[in-house]
Write a protein that binds this ligand. Structure first.
Ligand SMILES: *Cc1c(COP(=O)(O)O)cnc(C)c1O
Length: 422
């Protein structure tokens, strides 16, 4: 397949691109500056080429001309796009996923619903390296309900150890909630194995798929998942602030009550009834009027990911990060930049993380040199080569530039104090 066997030669990366079945998808997203290497698709995915025209049509046609009559279609949008995400990207059945609110709000709704399903159980289990909003939402919920938040220690690079998780779960646990792929190191946990640990004690599991949806394979039905949430603006390319998704396994839906009783969760919404009577389906997890325009962008991004195919994206993500790790070991480790992401591709997502005491300064200098990466405290530089549109030569060129930069010491001229957004 590949003509050159030495991965330190650029022709090796070029050979991988020539053999890449997804290579054509690069033309399906907007590349405004072809000189720039964008390795931050895990924070904000690129703009799909069709999204601007779809939004334009939605604004002038559906809104401008159709006015309120367009609600006949819009009212189904959250579940229609949810079905696309669920069936094509998450291994779920139709009727199990809806687009709504933000990931933070969806996490709150589903975690509260899980507590309500087990009134005799008072414990939520999570880990101390979970994404900040997840930890804050859960801490707030636990305080409001007088529950215990049991926080398992997780290695910030290697991820959660299953023995530590197992030791934290007993018959008082109502809910175990974790991120599938760790936002900082990219460490990935085993959905099926962790789910079994929770289920063995009768607890529900709630996954945060923000860093895995659209980049690694997620099999919610096959792994017995109960609940899940995730972002659409990372690998799903739906744009800043686009609404998130939530998943509730179909047989749990009727029994779960979410805490925000809004009219978009009501069974006969337009009867405007006196009392709240939640719809029996996934619709009961809706709250207020959804973000219709932004959901058109979610649909465009999800369609593109579905067309590329999650399995092919996952395979390419593993290959891109493998190349990055091989080159980093060869060229960056001698300069003090150490790969901290798990080396087994089955145990990581689609980004890699490098540790260096001056990671923030290196990150600023790298962006200045035309390679967009990001910094995460403490001392970590993330490289996120989104498999939909990143080439192997992009990874190669980025690491060459990083080597040249750190060897020259130019990063020392940059401010050591992080800015508000990193
Ligand atoms: C990005 C991310 C979020 C973001 O949540 P918002 O409510 O969209 O701000 C939450 N959880 C994880 C794991 C993330 O990676």
């Amino acid at each position: 397949m590949v003509g050159v066997s030495d991965h330190t030669e650029r022709r090796y990366a070029q050979g991988l691109d020539d053999a890449d079945v997804l290579a054509g998808f690069r033309d399906r997203v907007v590349i405004a500056d072809p000189e720039q290497i964008y390795l931050d698709g895990n924070s904000l995915g690129r703009l799909p080429a069709t999204t601007a025209t779809r939004l334009q049509a939605a604004v002038t046609g559906d809104w401008g001309r159709g006015l309120v009559g367009s609600w006949q279609g819009w009212v189904e949008q959250a579940t229609r796009v949810g079905d696309l995400i669920g069936t094509e990207l998450l291994g779920a059945a139709a009727g199990e996923v809806a687009v709504s609110d933000s990931t933070s709000v969806n996490l709150y709704k589903l975690a509260a619903a899980a507590l309500g399903a087990h009134p005799d159980r008072r414990v939520i289990v999570t880990d101390d390296d979970n994404f900040p909003t997840d930890r804050y939402v859960l801490a707030g919920l636990a305080e409001q309900r007088g529950c215990e938040l049991r926080v398992v220690h997780s290695d910030i690079d290697g991820g959660l150890d299953s023995d530590d998780l197992s030791a934290a779960i007993d018959d008082d646990v109502a809910l175990v909630t974790l991120s599938h792929v760790a936002y900082r190191s990219g460490a990935r946990i085993d959905l099926a194995a962790c789910g079994e640990l929770a289920h063995a004690h009768g607890a529900l599991v709630l996954w945060d798929l923000s860093h895995s949806a659209g980049s690694v394979s997620v099999e919610l039905s096959a792994t017995g998942a109960d609940l899940a949430v995730g972002c659409t603006y990372k690998y799903l390319c739906a744009g800043p602030g686009a609404p998130a998704f939530l998943y509730v396994r179909s047989d749990l839906q009727a029994a779960l009550r979410q805490p925000i009783w809004g009219w978009f969760g009501q069974s006969a919404q337009f009867e405007m009834g006196a009392g709240y009577d939640p719809h029996p389906s996934i619709r009961r997890f809706g709250v207020g009027t959804p973000s219709v325009l932004a959901t058109y962008a979610v649909e465009e991004g999800a369609r593109l990911i579905a067309e590329a195919g999650v399995d092919r994206l996952a395979a390419k993500g593993a290959a891109l990060t493998t190349l990055a790790i091989e080159l980093a070991d060869e060229w960056l480790a001698p300069l003090g930049l150490r790969v901290v992401t798990p080396r087994d591709p089955g145990r990581r997502g689609a980004h890699i993380t490098l540790q260096h005491p001056a990671a923030w300064q290196i990150c600023q200098a790298l962006v200045h040199d035309g390679v967009v990466a990001d910094y995460r405290t403490p001392q970590r530089l993330r490289l996120g080569p989104a498999p939909l549109y990143t080439r192997f030569v992009d990874v190669y060129d980025a690491i060459v530039r990083l080597r040249e930069l750190v060897a020259s010491g130019r990063h020392a001229r940059y401010d050591a104090e992080p800015t508000r957004v990193t």
